[in-house]
Design a protein around this ligand. Structure first.
Ligand SMILES: *Cc1c(COP(=O)(O)O)cnc(C)c1O
Length: 423
């Protein structure tokens, strides 16, 4: 399989080039050059790992041997992705059973397994990640201990929850953490400056692992296929609507990729907090990017989602897109009320992100499943007090018990550059 850019389907790139570069040279996002029909499985896969293996083949074979792909999918997907019933006609696909309790583990672990196989004989690669919370944890955990790769996580000091901070600052070894005296935008700017610094890049090899990377994006399509197979066991031929908590729209567009590759969904719903650039586009046809506003579902606080380009590329015209995708927006107050409503009526506890998707599906009045993107324990401060006591840390979750460690960093690029040069 070769890959192309959302801005030009004619020029083709190899997998290694696409993963190492992150963004296509023309500024677009990488896409598969065709939609593989990986989904006509003869036998039902017994586990997500088995399904991920067969769904990976069209993308990876040619670059990797089958046994390498097997090894990759086995070590990346060592956790469950169950589909559970919450109410009649409303199911939840739980994607938070990975090591950092959020769906970003799926993409980050796949990419972390893939990069060293593609870059076998290269010198050390430095991966830079700016994080407002979840991404840093997933990327650091996935690359922890991976040979020839060093990760530097930049986070805004004092603006990340203690739980999230511990997920990347207690790993040590090849994971460095920088507490930046500024906000998330400052962290992103430092990373961007480093990527644009030709002098620095002659000295050290830089790479990114942000969510637009095709190495993180492709595997997210596999769990839609998996969710659908679980759904079919219970519902034979009714088609489910799938609701997705959305911020940068990597998750939802991966669902569209699965759809274009032949899985049978009844359509998708984008569930949004008040950062509703995409729901507004669907309604009006105008895409108006803006600064993000902080909400209780903060991993979805994005005002100009990078994956909008993929959405347009796959979905076609405004009218075509609207035929498969609808959207709902919820305020903080509605999100908190949703968590309480579901707990009172079913006993199930939602995190604030997953709550938007539950409500979107419920409001649609249709049957289907929604994606739960994080375990509620990660967002305790937002869960209403009377419910908090019922939230239990999952038994498989292990804290390292190690001390939290990070270096301090100013927002001055020269300081960051010195730091990187001395690595
Ligand atoms: C990242 C994240 C999202 C948003 O996913 P996108 O792919 O950016 O749309 C939703 N919920 C949680 C918990 C996340 O960490």
């Amino acid at each position: 399989m070769k890959f192309c850019s959302t801005r030009n389907p004619e020029t083709l790139y190899g997998l290694k080039e696409a993963i190492n570069a992150g963004l296509a040279p023309d500024g677009g996002l990488f896409m598969p050059s065709y939609y593989p029909r990986a989904y006509n499985l003869v036998a039902q896969p017994e586990s997500f790992e088995d399904l991920a293996f067969s769904d990976s083949l069209p993308y990876l074979s040619g670059e990797l041997e089958d046994k390498e792909i097997k090894k990759l999918t086995r070590s990346a997907f060592n956790f469950q992705i169950p589909l559970k019933k919450i109410e009649d006609n409303i199911y939840v696909l739980e994607l938070f059973h990975g090591p950092t309790l959020a769906f970003k583990d799926v993409g980050a672990r796949f990419m972390a397994g893939l990069m060293p196989v593609l870059n076998k004989h290269n010198e050390e690669t430095n991966i830079l990640v700016a994080t407002s919370g979840d991404t840093g944890g997933a990327v650091a955990s996935a690359f922890h201990g991976v040979e020839n790769i060093r990760v530097t996580v930049l986070y805004p000091e004092g603006k990340v929850s203690e739980f999230q901070k511990r997920q990347f600052t207690t790993l040590g070894d090849n994971i460095n953490c920088l507490a930046v005296k500024g906000n998330f935008d400052d962290c992103q700017r430092l990373v961007k400056n480093a990527f644009n610094d030709k002098g620095l890049r002659r000295k050290i090899r830089l790479s990114s692992a942000n969510s637009i990377n095709i190495g993180r994006w492709l595997p997210q399509s596999f769990y839609y296929h998996w969710g659908l197979l679980q759904w079919q066991k219970a519902h034979q031929d009714t088609l489910p609507l799938i609701a997705v908590p959305s911020g940068n729209y990597g998750n939802l567009t991966a669902g569209m990729l699965a759809h274009n590759s032949g899985i049978k969904a009844g359509g998708f719903i984008a569930a949004s907090n008040i950062n509703n650039t995409v729901p507004e586009y669907l309604e009006t046809g105008n895409y108006l990017p803006r600064k993000s506003v902080p909400t209780v579902a903060n991993a979805m606080d994005v005002g100009d989602p990078s994956n909008f380009e993929r959405m347009k590329y796959m979905g076609g015209s405004h009218e075509q897109l609207r035929s498969m995708l609808s959207a709902y927006t919820f305020s903080d107050k509605e999100i908190i009320e949703g968590i309480t409503y579901v707990h009172d009526n079913t006993g199930y506890i939602l995190d604030p992100h997953s709550a938007t998707a539950y409500m979107a599906l419920k409001n649609s009045g249709r049957h289907g499943f929604f994606i739960a993107t994080a375990h509620p324990v990660k967002f305790m401060d937002v869960i209403p007090e009377k419910i908090r006591n019922y939230v239990k840390l999952p038994s498989h979750f292990s804290e390292t018990g190690k001390k939290s460690q990070s270096d301090s960093m100013t927002t001055d690029y020269n300081d960051f550059r010195h730091y990187l040069s001395d690595l």
